[in-house]
Design a protein around this ligand. Sequence first.
Ligand code: SAM
Ligand code: 2KA
Ligand code: SF4
Ligand code: MG
Length: 208
Amino acid sequence: MTTREFVDAGLQLPLMEAFYTIQGEGKFTGHPAYFIRLGGCDVGCVWCDVKESWEAGKWPIVSIEEIVAGALAHPGRLVVITGGEPLMYNLDPLTKLLKEKGFTTNIETSGAHPFSGDFDWVCFSPKKFKKPHPSIYEQADELKVVIFHDSDFKFAEEHAQSVRSSCELRLQPEWSKADIFTPKLIDYVKSHPSWKVSLQTHKFMDIP
Ligand SMILES: C[S@@+](CC[C@H](N)C(=O)[O-])C[C@H]1O[C@@H](n2cnc3c(N)ncnc32)[C@H](O)[C@@H]1O
Ligand SMILES: Nc1nc2[nH]cc(C(=O)O)c2c(=O)[nH]1
Ligand code: SF4
Ligand SMILES: [Mg+2]
């Protein structure tokens, strides 16, 4: 098989970085977790905090066995697959292997590509820059909308209409605009109590 065929099969993946840290955002904020950051994203968010991930070709192609071995080297058994946009890849083999080794599997995704993988928690963060694929709406356990502009509250409500009723709803201030939007978001959540606040707490803690 060629490298291209291994990647298409999800047996080898472009790995930007992997690190053991504290989940900073969303439902699992505060939980120790091993982050697997896959390279490559075609969504193009103007405020993306990991733009260096976008070009898939920059990153080494690593076998899923090697990726999982990296996770096994740490005591925590929660893995977060992120990127880049992880759903650009077939995540079935990686998540199957992680589950066989006893990991709880979470994903951070824009939902812009067809869903794959076996996940215990799906954090869906839709973007105006590239429409989500319809397959994400029945998978999302958490809708986490980044607020960068006043119009993003309406965008968040529109997506809340399309996710399952059990899906948890969170608003997260865009980091560079947090001074302006955190107070607005607090007021919004107080008056629209189906939503919760999510902050990028790892940035306050100055950890990866
Ligand atoms: C870097 S993205 C990678 C995963 C996937 N591409 C996505 O967007 O969900 C991880 C999370 O960080 C959020 N994020 C990225 N840049 C941000 C910023 N400047 N401020 C706040 N959240 C940000 C994204 O919305 C997403 O929830
Ligand atoms: N600590 C920490 N928590 C995170 N939650 C989501 C992240 C991401 O970039 O996907 C992230 C990250 O980069 N670091
Ligand atoms: S979808 Fe995620 S990784 Fe891609 S540009 Fe947007 S925030 Fe960055
Ligand atoms: Mg991040």
